[in-house]
Design a protein around this ligand. Structure first.
Ligand code: NAP
Ligand code: MN
Length: 266
């Protein structure tokens, strides 16, 4: 048994300590830890919180290799293993007693007068103005016009991201076995002057969301993907879709999505 394992950790003291412990235990159980990640890596161990997993996914551009998270962060919704359960994790992993939870990302293509840029996120893509003014955005689904949105912006979340910013905005928690996109308004204006949806809307997996700034004042936008922000000027059009890229998270026998939700939110 010579499986190639790679460890990715954030730089907190706790994560560094846990990393040493995990290395020792893996070696004792006959597994090998490699210093580099490549396409032959069979398991990635991610030590940190959800933010650490998001960084890993960006850095390795949605690796296909199964990932298991050890939670040393705050919330750790993606993270399957508690630091005190490392022995159990190695035991079950060695016996192949686990399931894979596949989670698709969401992509945005940003067209400006100087070209096209693309970003991908596991949780969410947020579109907002650069200033404190509300933005006005024409929103279409599969090229048919739906609404002229006015407000702070919109958050487009995957099922995986539904428990993150989406939830804080009043969006719904989505079981990740459903493949869809959730578009949640951020402080929508709805009155006799402006008419925006005030609740989330859900799109099936293959639908395409297009966002076009209504006027020149709305062309400077901030695009945030999994918490990373890029500012754009002279935006012509944004296209947001569920990505074909996905990550594969390891979950153990007792994993149940709603149990996890209950334990982290209630
Ligand atoms: P952060 O500022 O540490 O994230 C905020 C919190 O969101 C952290 O507690 C993080 O957990 C948690 N989180 C991240 N992904 C989650 C998920 N899929 N389900 C449940 N909770 C999740 O920054 P970050 O850790 O890099 O995370 C980036 C994410 O923050 C963005 O994708 C966005 O969804 C979220 N966000 C939330 C708010 C809000 O709730 N008002 C505002 C902006 C952004 P850990 O403590 O384990 O890292
Ligand atoms: Mn975090």
């Amino acid at each position: 048994m010579d499986k190639k394992i790679y460890i990715y950790a954030n730089d907190t003291e706790m994560s560094k300590t846990i990393e040493k412990t995990v290395r020792n235990k893996l070696v004792k159980s006959g597994l090998r830890v490699y210093e580099k990640y490549d396409e032959n890596t069979e398991l990635i161990i991610c030590i940190g919180g959800d933010g650490t997993l998001l960084r890993l996914v960006q850095e390795f551009d949605f690796p296909k290799t199964p990932i298991v998270g050890i939670n040393t962060g705050h919330l750790g919704f993606f993270q399957e293993v508690l630091p005190e359960k490392i022995d159990d994790f190695i035991f079950f992993y060695n016996q192949d007693r686990y399931t894979i939870q596949s989670l698709n990302g969401v992509t945005v293509s940003v067209k400006t007068d100087s070209g096209i840029s693309k970003h991908i996120a596991l949780n969410d893509i947020t579109v907002r103005g650069l200033l404190t003014h509300p933005v006005h955005l024409n929103i279409s689904i599969n090229n048919s016009f739906i609404e002229r949105f006015s407000g702070d912006g919109i958050c487009v979340a995957t099922p995986a991201g539904s428990t993150a910013y989406n939830y804080a905005l009043g969006g719904s928690i989505v079981d990740p076995r459903l493949n869809l996109l959730q578009v949640t308004p951020i402080a929508p204006m709805h009155n006799t002057a402006y008419r925006s949806f005030t609740s989330s809307i859900l799109l099936p997996a293959n639908d395409k969301l297009t966002v076009i700034p209504c006027s020149n004042y709305d062309k400077n936008l901030s695009i945030v993907y999994d918490g990373l922000m890029t500012e754009y000027e002279n935006v012509i059009e944004l296209t947001i879709q569920l990505s074909r890229k996905k990550i594969n998270l390891i979950r153990f026998d007792d994993y149940q999505f709603w149990e996890k939700v209950k334990s982290k939110f209630l």
